[in-house]
Design a protein around this ligand. Sequence first.
Ligand SMILES: NC(=O)c1ccc[n+]([C@@H]2O[C@H](COP(=O)([O-])OP(=O)(O)OC[C@H]3O[C@@H](n4cnc5c(N)ncnc54)[C@H](OP(=O)(O)O)[C@@H]3O)[C@@H](O)[C@H]2O)c1
Length: 327
Amino acid sequence: MKAVVVTEPGQTRSVRCTSLPIPKPESGQVLIKVAAAPIHPADLSIIKRIYGDKPQDLPAPGIEGAGTVLSSGGGLLGWLLTGKRVAFRPTKCGSWGEYAVARAKDCIVLQANISLEQGSMLIMNPFTCCMFMDVIKSKGSPAVIQTGAASTCGKMLFRYCKYEKIPIINIVYRPDQTALLRELGAEYVLCSSDSDFGEQLQALAGKLVPAVAFDCVAGPVTGQVLGCLQPGSVLYLYGFLSMRLVEEVQAADLLFSGKRIEGLILRDWIRQQGVMTGMRYAATIQRLFHEVFYSAVNHTFPLDDIQSALESFRTDRSLGKVLLTPS
Ligand SMILES: NC(=O)c1ccc[n+]([C@@H]2O[C@H](COP(=O)([O-])OP(=O)(O)OC[C@H]3O[C@@H](n4cnc5c(N)ncnc54)[C@H](OP(=O)(O)O)[C@@H]3O)[C@@H](O)[C@H]2O)c1
């Protein structure tokens, strides 16, 4: 089968499409004919070997996808899934190939009104937004701040907050992204490159009193956002799109105001919360898919064109995802 491999660990330019044997599912796993798989920021971190704390354990790129289950390696669930269209999280073989293997319990059967293209992005960002909503509700926060608001995940969280009638302050990093968010109907959009960004943020936060923030950017914006949250609030760091350190954190915010910065990873959250939470999220996402949890697609590429796909991924990601379409 055709599959994407990284021939020199850590080197994006060494990523290429090659021929590999079709993987064999073990007991509890299924073999999937992959229809579509997105390129996510985490895939680039996996290729660059900067994802997670044990780079030697990193899987092949392609952290999710969608396709049709061809066969089961054994077990009732796998047998039940055979022939079904599913969204899946693959095992270590990754989803950037004509075929992939996933644990049967890591597959979600797609409703008829969700395409395989859209289904290929149904897990990572939608589940993350469901996790965020659980956090917002458990903290009883009257409002929310998010950075990276023009990302796929950011736009989804904006739509979910709108659906739940929770005010959200959306922070973007370029002026053109402000217009993008406004076109989607966002009321509160701030651009971190504006000279008076700090004052605007303080004023809005003073009015809406958010007690949680979700930051996927890092760098100075992390400290600026933490600074305007209520005492006792939590800023959840869930990405580092700027590739910078966490900056501008005031010691007083941590020492005297009881504010905290915590890392938040979907994989660990689902592990802690258990299988019922995952099932609840999957049901919510499919129910609200066309209103909240869809993702825009900017470009699609065949596997052979992986270098063009990665090039396309480097620019204009606010316009939508880059998808690989193996078949
Ligand atoms: N912790 C978890 O479990 C978890 C789960 C899901 C997602 N995430 C994280 O969530 C973030 C968003 O993921 P996604 O799939 O939604 O991303 P995406 O659709 O690929 O979008 C990335 C966005 O980031 C913008 N961007 C690029 N560099 C930036 C910078 N220096 N400062 C601010 N924004 C910048 C891009 O803008 P332009 O390209 O237009 O310049 C684009 O709007 C990523 O960091 C991802 O790793 C984490």
